[in-house]
Design a protein around this ligand. Sequence first.
Ligand SMILES: C[S@@+](CC[C@H](N)C(=O)[O-])C[C@H]1O[C@@H](n2cnc3c(N)ncnc32)[C@H](O)[C@@H]1O
Length: 187
Amino acid sequence: MHPILNRLNRAVIESSLSRIKIEPQHSVLEIGFGGGSALALVAKRLTTGTVTGVDLSPDMVRKAEYQFRREIADGRIRVQLGDIAALPFESESFDRVFTINTIYFWQDTLQCFLEIKRVLKPGGQALVALRSRENMQRVAFTQHGFRLFSPDEVQPYMAQAGFTHVRSTHARQGTRFDEILVSGCKG
Ligand SMILES: C[S@@+](CC[C@H](N)C(=O)[O-])C[C@H]1O[C@@H](n2cnc3c(N)ncnc32)[C@H](O)[C@@H]1O
């Protein structure tokens, strides 16, 4: 990735992780891990915990299996092929679930939030990070099949899915890479 993109990507990951307060023993799920930068950062915060990454792309999963072969061998990272619409995990498996820049690809926004809630343990916390519609519209490729959201359009889906303490913030407004962070708790 280009160094500037890398830095911006790192910034949204750091903001996301600081919002959901990951503890060393937690079981954490990242949906749509892409290049895997967030998996690496989460793994560094864990002692007895595990971070699991699920992605729809076999290519991303294969690359992560190679990149994280040591962490996978010692049990701190797991990676798996799967779709957010039907996550390949038992109910109440994770303390924290997060996903960064994937909501644009979800076919049914409410169903996906319900799926996130299903795999969260009671008392667990979830976070979705995205760029705003206003921001993404400037990029030509988002005209085709992307679902875009204004800063206050995601929070209602999370509330409708039954999350509590739903909170939305919008940072870096007016820059090319704004950050909408929407978080909520299960129970
Ligand atoms: C724009 S990339 C973001 C990657 C990473 N989260 C980041 O912020 O750098 C979107 C990722 O989500 C994955 N993805 C897209 N649709 C998905 C789905 N329905 N379920 C799981 N992963 C999905 C893609 O394969 C890709 O790796």
